[in-house]
Design a binder for this molecule. Structure first.
Ligand code: DHB
Ligand code: MG
Length: 223
């Protein structure tokens, strides 16, 4: 078996062994696919990872950049206490309508504030308002990954976790001469990361249902 086939089979095996059937997220995935959204949501195992990070950090104020159909937003919101709030952004109005329907149907709508517009604009408004978050999931256009990380660091309390999705892109991120703006955005983010003090960082490659990609994690020092 080639690596991707093995990885896909392992995802199915671990999902079967570790995750209970999840009618809420399964419905979101089905509705998103039926609406023709791009298949870029996190996998069920990755959603469980994000939910675990929410629990580990006891996050009550989450910012997600890039909502798509609401799959990861719902997975994270569900892992918060009932009075937790998650802000998520979506640039595309048609996609946002699908997400709004999914969020309303999920039963977690009270915790989720879907803000329509470019992630940068929404983030700038929150920065101006003095919003504080304790977990940020960066998953919008990858072009501005560095700027999202830089701004997120200004909006989080000590001990907060920032997670950046899609930092590997099948290895395209290795290409120093890439003309893909998304690759350049991710490489800019890594160059910026090298300048950071008081942030504990790591990168995790992911391989499975959604190909070969990865997440970078930034834990802001608690002191
Ligand atoms: C893409 C975006 C994502 O957020 C993702 O998880 C996978 C792929 C993309 O734009 O190609
Ligand atoms: Mg992503």
């Amino acid at each position: 078996m080639d690596l991707f086939k093995t990885a896909e089979a392992m995802d199915a095996y671990m999902q079967g062994a570790l995750l209970a059937p999840d009618p809420v997220l399964e419905r979101v995935a089905r509705a998103s696919e039926a609406a023709g959204l791009v298949p870029h949501a996190v996998t069920p195992l990755q959603a469980a990872f994000l939910a675990m990070m929410v629990r580990l950090t006891s996050a009550r104020h989450i910012l997600e950049l890039g909502c798509l159909g609401g799959y990861s937003a719902i997975a994270m919101a569900r892992a918060m206490p009932a009075d937790g709030k998650l802000v998520t952004t979506e640039i595309d109005t048609r996609t946002a309508q699908v997400a709004a329907d999914n969020i309303a149907t999920s039963g977690y709508g009270e915790r989720i504030d879907l803000q329509i517009g470019p992630a940068m604009t929404v983030m700038e408004a929150h920065l101006k308002q003095g919003s504080i978050f304790d977990l940020v999931f960066i998953d919008a256009d990858k072009v501005n990954h560095r700027h999202y990380l830089e701004m997120a660091l200004k909006m989080v309390r000590p001990g907060s976790l920032i997670i950046a999705d899609n930092v590997v892109r099948g290895g395209d991120v290795l290409d120093t001469a890439s003309k893909q703006n998304s690759v350049r955005g991710v490489r800019d983010m890594f160059a910026f990361a090298q300048t950071l003090d008081h942030v504990h960082m790591t990168g995790l490659q992911t391989v499975g249902d959604k190909g070969h990609d990865g997440m970078a994690l930034f834990l802001v020092d608690a002191v």
